[in-house]
Each structure stands twice: as C-alpha cells, then as structure tokens.
Design a protein around this ligand. Sequence first.
Ligand code: 5GP
Ligand code: MN
Length: 328
Amino acid sequence: MVITCHKSPDGDALGSSLALCHVLQRLGKEVNVVTPDMAPKALEFVPGVFNIVVMTKQEARAQKLLQEAQIVFCLDYNALKRVDRLAEVIEPLNTPRVLIDHHLDPEGDFDVCISHPEASSTCELVFRVFMQMGLLRYMDRKAASCLYVGLTTDTGGFAYSCENPEFYEILASIMRRRIDRIWLYNKAMNTFSAESIRLQGYALSQKMQLFPEQGASLITLNKEELERFNYQRGDTETLVNKPLAIPEVYWSVFLREDTDRIKVSCRSQGDFSVSDICARYFNGGGHANAAGGEFFGTLAEAEKVFYKVLADLFPNNDKEEQQTTELK
Ligand code: 5GP
Ligand code: MN
C-alpha cells in the first residue's frame, strides 16, 4: 500500500498520511508514505517523517512502490495535479485509489471517495475512518501525535474550521493517548528560526499594504528579499494570517516569488471566500477561508492581478470613476 499527499506538504498532509501509515503498519500491512517533495524542516518533528519516500529524492523507489502497490491512498488533496510529477506515475495505474480529503469538489477517478469539505482537516477524517472501522485500538501515541498536528495546523491552532462539537471529542480521544500536547503545539504553531522571525517582521513593517475600503491586505516578497533573510521553506508559513488581526482587514493576500512561479496564499474571515479568488485568478483553490494558488509570470504581474481582483470585486470603491460617471 502507498499513501500519498500533496506537494509542499503541510501539517495536515503529513500528519494524516503518517497516522494512517502507523495504524496500517500496526495491522501488519506493508505500507509506505510517498510524497512529491520534501517536508519542510519545521515539520521534521512529526513522528515517522524520516521514513517518507520523496519523489524528488528517490524517484525510482517512489515509482516502484506505486507500481507495486495494491491500494493508493490520496490524502489531503482533491486533484492529481496537486501531486506534481507523482501524478504521471499514479494516473496510468489500475490500482484502486482511495481519496480521503476535505477540499471542495474532488476531480478525478477515485474508487473510494471520502470527501468532506465541512471537516476541519484530513486528520479529522482519518480519525473518523479509524473509529468507524473499529481501528481506534491501533491508534497509539505516535499516530495520535500525527493526527494532533493536522488538527492543530489546519484550524490555525483551534481558531477556525472547528465549530463542530465532535471536533473536541476527537481531540479528547487523541489526548487519552497521552500525547505531549504542549510540545507538539509549540513545534507545529510557534517554532521559527531567528531569520524567519526577522523576515516576517520586515514583511509586516515594510511590505504590508492595506486597502481598508476593500477590507484587504497585500504582502509581496521578492527573491532578493527572501535571500536577504536566508529564506527556507516554511519560513513564511503563517505570515498571511497576521494582517487579519487588524479589525479593518477581512482578507489577506501574500505573493511570494518562487524559483519558477509566484506562490499565492490567501486567508479570510467570515463569509468572504478566498477559494473562488484563487481558483479564478491564480490557478488554485482550497477552502473558503484558507486558499492558495500559483501565478506564472513576474511578481509585478501577479500584483496587477491582485489589483484586478480588487477592481472586479469592489467596482463601487473606485470613487473617482464613480464621480466621473455621475458627471457624464
Ligand atoms: P497555503 O496558503 O498554506 O499554501 O494554502 C492554503 C490552502 O490553500 C491549502 O490547504 C490548500 O487547500 C490550498 N492551496 C494552496 N496552494 C494551492 C494550489 O496551488 N492549488 C490548489 N488547488 N489549492 C491550493
Ligand atoms: Mn488539510
């Protein structure tokens, strides 16, 4: 069996994949986690992360495991394009595919499709699968710790997407496995290098633009700025959330210049959905309040697209244009 999750894996992708892997191993199954690329350094604390087979590092082994697998699990993604080059290996296989995910509108052929966008996280869904299959007795401290990571990171530290009271019953069951909760929480939510803290400070003090009339905030970071602070993957993980602390801001956009693309991250509060914005303007998607995408062009062009989003969504905010129209 092979468990896969999306590229640039986050706490939920890794936590759900590794928890499922631990439980299946305890059931005596031969199972491996295969990811499109490396986990960020900040997530190396998740139990089992060093056993993952990474496509960009061990391509032949990743291919062989997938070709020989009797089941392929697809965790925390809703379309094969989210697994980069792993998609080319998975697509032609006749192997049954099991999707466990909480993103909207899964695309593609899955033999079993456990898709619940209302769930806090894929970790929550993996827990529910364990429960419904009578496998909770195989969920040891290690597996529970992995699930705790995803439940924590995908809810911003229990700030959103955790309104269902059952979420806390799941947490209670995980707590009973005597996980080191405070240590895990701090590792998952509040551990950054000094350079990362300085980079975030710089971005917030020098690069945050506010658009109070549209309730928006924009932060951009180019390659030179990232290099100046010795940027490592994961260093700006929660930066996009910060402007939401400002009462006037209910949606926040972060554009980061990557090697061959601009990485887009969006967050929002309340009914304002950013997943549609990411789908329509930035080749992406995600959840209503946390979405992302990518833009193929320069940072300046991506910024222009952001201004187009502002103009499209808030046409009446352009007061000058409104006055000119009235005068005509
Ligand atoms: P982040 O801003 O942390 O990279 O992503 C937030 C959420 O947006 C992720 O959990 C994922 O659901 C979604 N997301 C991020 N990047 C992409 C992308 O390139 N394509 C799609 N479809 N969704 C993305
Ligand atoms: Mn997730």
